[in-house]
Design a protein around this ligand. Sequence first.
Ligand SMILES: NC(=O)C1=CN([C@@H]2O[C@H](COP(=O)(O)OP(=O)(O)OC[C@H]3O[C@@H](n4cnc5c(N)ncnc54)[C@H](O)[C@@H]3O)[C@@H](O)[C@H]2O)C=CC1
Ligand SMILES: CC(=O)C(=O)O
Ligand SMILES: [Mg+2]
Length: 372
Amino acid sequence: MKIGCPTEIKPQEFRVGLTPNAAQEAVNHGHTVLIQSGAGIGAGFEDADYIAAGAEIIATAEDVFAKADMIVKVKEPQAGERKMLREGQLLFTYLHLAPDPAQTKDLLASGCTAIAYETVTDRNGGLPLLAPMSEVAGRLAPQVGAWTLQKANGGRGVLMGGVPGVGPARVMVIGGGVVGTHAARIAAGMGADVTVLDRSLPRLRYLDDVFGGTFKTSYASAGNTIELARMADMIIGAVLIPGAEAPKLITRAQLSELKPGAALVDVAIDQGGCFETSKATTHQDPIYDVDGIMHYCVANMPGAVARTSTIALGNATMPFMLALADKGWKQACLDDPHLMDGLNVHAGHLTYYAVGKALGIDVMSPSIAVKH
Ligand SMILES: NC(=O)C1=CN([C@@H]2O[C@H](COP(=O)(O)OP(=O)(O)OC[C@H]3O[C@@H](n4cnc5c(N)ncnc54)[C@H](O)[C@@H]3O)[C@@H](O)[C@H]2O)C=CC1
Ligand SMILES: CC(=O)C(=O)O
Ligand SMILES: [Mg+2]
């Protein structure tokens, strides 16, 4: 198979879909790997690294899309990239379709087959291709939140760890999954007073068992949420209902009850955000003010630490990328129901129920699509 990897073009996105190590594995499996010239630079990989791995360097994205059977990327295809996708071509990347009707329409129109990293599952009910980036974004969230809290950025002017005689920042993390757990660990490590909320009691039990001395837990009822929010200096949004648009857990009206200059870090923004006032921002212009509350809503946070993120993502995607290339997507999905869970679009049909529900589009069952 010809596997193509274009340069990411989303603003301030420095990750790349294939590392030289992943390219080398694909070449060892007998595949041709086409890398757009310069695609790896942002993550610290030169064209020479890919050539040494056995890949071919291609000058333009147009040529990569035209020649490849499978496109491996990081971020959802941007409007110009969507025009280059074609019927029968396989796209393997993050998509986040539920809050994105324009992208969904274009992918359906292209006739391509699209497997979304964020909905591939594992046997423990986890999301193995989201997890590494959730680990990164979770660990970054208190760092960017602490910056947002600084006075010059519009924040409350509260130091995470406080100092002797002055108490620490109060950090509330809504959603205690991968993002939430990593965010809570780092925030606690910075000396903040941290509480994690979740709707899953088994998850709260796990967090209490493992991190009981490090941070507190609370059930994520609406009442507890607003009660803790009123006291918080920083609120990190980290909920997920896989594939679906994020529930709105703090409304615009409730902002007036928060502390002036509190920082809201909405990591769940790529699924539409879990605060009513969240709208996606970029690394170039990451924060904005609504009613005196500072919002940080960067939809591709891991891009800020592109090298760490690229290697972590590559480690996770590699076995799936190889299965897709070795067997073709149909056989690979038939052999692995967890990969089949990643199928979002095939030949003009939407194949993921939560996305169909969010966008009001009929869905074809993936088990039918795979025979289509
Ligand atoms: N902005 C960015 O750059 C990035 C964003 N993300 C996003 O972060 C979000 C979280 O991802 P993960 O931690 O990997 O998901 P996860 O599935 O590991 O955790 C989500 C948690 O939210 C909880 N939850 C669901 N509904 C809830 C509610 N109403 N109230 C409280 N808790 C609730 C679940 O029980 C679960 O424990 C996702 O939307 C993901 O796409 C992930 C990586 C990067
Ligand atoms: C998960 C995701 O969308 C990202 O890493 O950018
Ligand atoms: Mg994202």
